[in-house]
Design a protein around this ligand. Structure first.
Ligand code: KG4
Ligand code: ZN
Length: 337
């Protein structure tokens, strides 16, 4: 079976074709970063309009790359939520219209389920059950995963998401949106120990996160220091170390609580090399392992939507013509497959 995947929940248009025997046959990604750069963040209306321009041409390109016609497809998966409502509506409308025209099922996909299952696109597939740390620009969640659609929320951020904290601190350091990956690069030249940032909410029980205080701490540090490249790198280092330590402390707690030793990390921040190394050390100590997608499938992409859609399509899920874009959609309300 083959499925087309469409991702338009935020500022990336991602298209992919997935075959349940051969894997990914084609994938295309268009990033809107340049469109939003001048504004320091995503402008929802500009995002929607750019998805309108890019989605169909990218679908045509993906079909050509895979040497397929629509008649070779068995379904169309699209991100139905969570995300920006206007951006979601573009993928929903195009996905459903194409499926209707082609006479095949349309499959609504939960964006965070897409991220969560993305490591399964790699050769070394994690077995269920496992703990998943989802760290993106909009979400920070720890989830116990007992199977596809069997998700128990263990903890989440009570304020900023991890990626959001990276982006806001990057902005304080004078970096363009989204500054997360650039801040991570800067941190490589940082001096360990020069600054010490707090590890929020780690000295009390529980698996929730809070990152907004780190941003304030960063703002105060930036204000009180010189603005040399070395000082900026040292601040980037201390900030990143604090986020990673905090995530690792909570992951350890979640693994102990669930008595599991397999950890999946996904979402944009899972591309962070220092985070991967830290969690590899942690899981090795627990005689387990950490799993993550290749870097291009950590951030938003169509492949993860095609893959998650395929799992749902095989279980018989499809949308009727009234299915709506769902900007807010708790992950643990999904039905099991
Ligand atoms: O999953 P994603 O592409 O979009 C959402 O669903 O939000 O995640 C984007 C986020 C941004 O905040 C970006 O700065 C962050 O992931 N990010 C990183 C890295 N690469 C992307 N943060 C830290 N280190 C990285 N290497
Ligand atoms: Zn995402």
């Amino acid at each position: 079976m083959r499925i087309l995947g469409i991702e338009t929940s935020c500022d990336e248009t991602g298209i992919a074709i997935f075959d349940d025997e051969k894997g990914i046959l084609a994938h295309r990604l268009y990033s809107q970063i340049a469109v939003h750069a001048d504004y320091g963040g995503v402008v929802p209306e500009l995002a929607s309009r750019d998805h309108v321009r890019k989605t169909i041409p990218l679908i045509t390109e993906a079909l050509n790359e895979a040497n397929l016609t629509p008649a070779d497809l068995d379904g169309v998966a699209y991100t139905a939520g969570p995300g920006l409502v206007g951006a979601l509506l573009v993928g929903c409308s195009i996905g459903r219209s194409l499926a209707y025209g082609w006479g095949i099922p349309a499959v609504p996909v939960h964006h965070m389920e897409g991220h969560l299952l993305a490591p399964m696109l790699e050769d070394d597939v994690p077995e269920f059950p496992f703990v998943a740390l989802l760290v993106s620009g909009g979400h920070t969640m720890l989830v116990e995963v007992d199977g596809i659609g069997k998700y128990q929320l263990l903890g989440e951020s009570v304020d900023d998401a991890a990626g959001e904290a990276f982006d806001k601190t990057a902005k304080l350091l004078g970096l363009d949106y989204p500054g997360g990956p650039v801040l991570a690069k800067m941190a490589e030249a940082g001096t360990p120990g020069r600054f010490k940032f707090p590890r929020p909410m780690t000295n009390r029980p529980g698996l929730d996160f809070s990152f907004s205080g780190l941003k304030t701490f960063a703002a105060n540090t930036v204000r009180d220091q010189d603005d040399s490249a070395q000082t900026k790198a040292d601040i980037a280092y201390a900030f990143q170390e604090a986020v990673i330590d905090t995530l690792a402390i909570k992951c350890k707690r979640a693994l102990e609580q669930t008595k599991l030793n397999r950890l999946v990390i996904a979402g944009g921040v899972s591309a962070n090399t220092a985070l991967r190394e830290k969690l590899a050390q942690l899981t090795t100590k627990l005689k387990g392992k950490v799993y993550y997608p290749r870097p291009e499938f950590c951030t938003d992409n169509g492949a993860m939507i095609a893959f998650a859609g395929m799992q749902r399509l095989k279980s018989g899920v499809s949308a009727d013509l009234t299915f709506k874009a769902t900007p807010r959609w708790p992950l643990d309300t999904l039905p099991p497959v």
